[in-house]
Design a protein around this ligand. Structure first.
Ligand code: XMP
Length: 510
C-alpha cells in the first residue's frame, strides 16, 4: 500500500461508514476495523490517525465494547466521536454519566477556535447531537474546547497526547462545519498529505493486477451494473485481452440496455462474449407467477449459462468479481461477524475452473467506484446506472412473465426514465422504475371502452437501499409521465405512483 492510512475503529455506530466516506472524500485513505482489533495489528498497519466511532452502548456498562488503553498511548492522533469520545474519557479516568436531559438533533454549539480542531470555524454553529450519556468530568491534561447549553464538554482535547473528542457528530451534514472539523483533524493533527485519489488508486490497482495476474487469464461476469462494469474497465486497462467478460442477456433487460452495454465496451481491448439466452429464459418462465420461484429459476439458469460459456474458454486462472467495500466491512458490534459475500450477477458457480478470485474494487465505496469508472473513461450511461436486480424486469412484471407485458413495460419504463432525466432528477431520485401489474381496469379512449393494464411507478430516495422513502417527484413531472405513457404505450390505461416507504414495503414489488 503506497498511501497513508487512517483507521476507523468501529464500535457499532450507525454512522461508521459515513465517517469512512467523509475521510476518503477528504483525500485520506481509511479502513474500518472492529474495535476488537489488537494493538499489534494497529501498530503494524502504522496509521497516521485513528477515529473511534459512536455506538449504542454505555461506556460504564460492564459488557460494553472497550478500548485497549495502549491504543490511546501509541502517540497516534485520535478523534473519538460520541461513544468513542466517552470511551477515551472513561478509559483515562474521567467520568461519563446518564445525561439529565438527552440532546438529540441540531444543537447550537460554541467552539473554541483557538483549538486545532476548530480553527477557521465560526465561534457558534449548529452541531448534530444524539446521546443519552454525557461527560461530566474530564481527566487531567484535557481541556474543554466546545460547549452547548446542556453539555459543558461538547468537545475536548489533550494536545500533548493528540487526543480529541466530540460529543456531536462531525460526519453528519447537520453539523454545519463538520467537514472542516474532520479536515482539521486529518490535516492539522494527523498531518495527512492527502494522497488518496481515484487517479492514484487506478494506477496502483492496475500495477497490482498486472503483478498478480502475470500472463494468466481472467474471467468476469459482466452484468452491466456499475460495479462489474468498473471492475471490467480496470481489468481491461491492466491486462487487456487476457480478460474475458461474459454478458448473459436473459431477455429481462430494460429497453436498449443490452445494446448500450455491448456498445460501451465495444472499443475496449477485451474479449466480450455476449450470450443471447433470451429464448431459454423465457421458456423457463412459462406458467410461473410466484416471485420467489421466478428469482430462483432465473438465478439457477444464469449459473448454467455462465458455466457453459466458461467451459468453452477452458481453464482460467482468476475469476474476477465487482465486490465493493460495504460488502466486506466487518461489523464492530457483537461476536457474530457477518461478512456478506456479494455477487454482482446473482451468484456464480463454484465449479468454474479457476485458482483464485480477484476483487479489484474491494476497498472502494460506491461513490468511489463511480469516480473510478469516470477516471477510467467509462460512459456516464454505465457509471451512473441505477441499481438493477439480477432477475431484471421479470420481477417487475407481476404474475406470469409474457413477451407482451415485457414490451409494454420496457416502453413505459423508458418514458419514465427519460422524463426523470429531463427534469434533472436522475441523481436525486436514487432508483426509479415502472412495474406492470397483473390487474386490468376499465378506461375510455376516443369514446370507446378500454380494458387494459395498470402500471405502477416507483421512485425512492435512499442511501443504502436497506431503508428508503418514496421520492417526492413533483406532480407536474408525474403528470407528463402519465400523459406520455398512456398516449404512447398501448396496453396501459391507468397509472399509480407508489407512495410507500421501505419498510413496510420493499423497493421492488416482487
Ligand atoms: P428490495 O426490493 O429488497 O431491493 O427493497 C433493495 C435493492 O436491491 C435491488 N435488488 C436486487 N439486486 N439482485 C440484485 O443484484 C437481486 O435479486 C435484487 N433484488 C432486489 C433492488 O433493485 C434495490 O436496489
Amino acid at each position: 500500500m503506497s498511501h497513508q492510512l487512517c483507521i476507523v475503529l468501529d464500535f457499532g455506530g450507525q454512522y461508521t461508514q459515513l465517517i469512512a466516506r467523509r475521510v476518503r472524500e477528504s483525500g485520506v485513505y481509511c479502513e474500518v476495523l472492529s474495535y476488537k482489533t489488537s494493538v499489534e495489528k494497529i501498530k503494524k498497519l502504522n496509521p497516521a490517525g485513528i477515529i473511534l466511532t459512536g455506538g449504542p452502548s454505555s461506556v460504564y456498562d460492564n459488557d460494553s465494547p472497550k478500548i485497549n488503553k495502549e491504543i490511546l498511548e501509541l502517540g497516534i492522533p485520535i478523534l473519538g466521536i460520541c461513544y468513542g469520545y466517552q470511551l477515551i474519557i472513561h478509559t483515562l479516568g474521567g467520568k461519563v454519566s446518564p445525561a439529565p436531559t438527552k440532546e438529540y438533533g441540531k444543537v447550537l454549539t460554541s467552539y473554541d477556535t483557538n483549538s486545532m480542531l476548530f480553527s477557521g470555524l465560526n465561534e457558534n454553529n449548529l452541531s448534530w447531537m444524539s446521546h443519552n450519556d454525557y461527560v461530566v468530568e474530564i481527566p487531567e491534561g484535557f481541556t474543554a474546547i466546545a460547549s452547548t447549553e446542556l453539555c459543558a464538554y461538547a468537545a475536548v482535547e489533550n494536545t500533548s497526547k493528540s487526543l480529541f473528542g466530540t460529543q456531536f457528530h462531525p460526519e453528519v451534514n447537520n453539523t454545519v462545519e463538520g467537514f472542516k472539523i474532520l479536515h482539521n483533524f486529518l490535516y492539522k493533527a494527523c498531518k495527512f498529505t492527502g494522497d488518496w485519489s481515484m487517479a492514484n488508486y487506478a494506477s496502483t490497482a492496475i500495477n497490482n493486477i498486472r503483478e498478480k495476474v502475470g500472463d494468466g487469464k481472467v474471467l468476469l461476469a459482466l452484468s452491466g451494473g456499475v460495479d462489474s462494469s468498473v471492475a471490467a474497465a480496470l481489468l481491461a486497462k491492466a491486462i487487456g485481452n487476457q480478460l474475458t467478460c461474459i454478458y448473459v442477456d436473459h431477455g429481462f433487460m430494460r429497453k436498449n440496455e443490452s445494446d448500450e452495454i455491448k456498445k460501451a465496451f465495444a472499443d475496449w481491448d477485451i474479449n466480450l462474449i455476449s450470450v443471447d439466452a433470451r429464448e431459454q429464459f423465457m421458456a423457463k418462465m412459462k406458467g410461473v407467477s410466484d416471485p420467489e420461484t421466478k428469482r430462483k429459476i432465473i438465478g439457477e439458469e444464469f449459473i448454467r449459462v455462465f458455466e457453459q460459456e466458461a467451459k468453452k474458454i477452458g481453464k482460467v486462472d482468476f475469476l474476477a468479481q465487482g465486490t465493493i467495500y460495504p460488502d466486506v466491512i466487518e461489523s464492530g458490534e457483537g461476536d457474530a461477524v457477518v461478512v456478506k459475500s456479494h455477487h454482482n450477477v446473482g451468484g456464480l458457480p463454484d465449479y468454474v475452473d479457476f485458482k483464485e478470485i480477484i476483487e479489484p474494487l474491494r476497498m472502494l465505496f460506491k461513490d468511489e467506484v463511480r469516480r473510478l469508472g469516470t477516471e477510467l473513461g467509462l460512459t456516464d450511461v454505465l457509471v451512473w446506472r441505477q441499481p438493477f436486480p439480477g432477475p431484471g424486469l421479470a420481477i417487475r412484471v407481476i404474475g406470469e412473465v409474457t413477451e407482451e407485458k415485457l414490451d409494454i413495460l420496457r416502453d413505459a419504463d423508458y418514458i419514465f426514465r427519460e422524463e426523470i432525466a429531463r427534469a434533472g432528477l436522475d441523481r436525486q431520485v436514487n432508483q426509479y422504475f415502472a412495474v406492470i401489474t397483473n390487474m386490468r381496469s376499465v378506461g375510455v379512449e376516443n369514446n370507446a371502452r378500454t380494458y387494459d393494464y395498470t402500471l405502477g411507478l416507483r421512485g425512492v430516495t435512499t442511501t443504502d437501499f436497506m431503508t428508503a422513502d418514496f421520492a417526492k417527484i413533483p406532480y407536474e413531472i408525474l403528470e407528463i409521465v402519465s400523459t406520455r405513457i398512456t398516449d404512447e404505450v398501448k396496453g396501459i390505461n391507468r397509472i399509480v405512483y407508489d407512495i410507500t416507504a421501505k419498510p413496510p414495503s420493499t423497493i421492488e414489488w416482487e
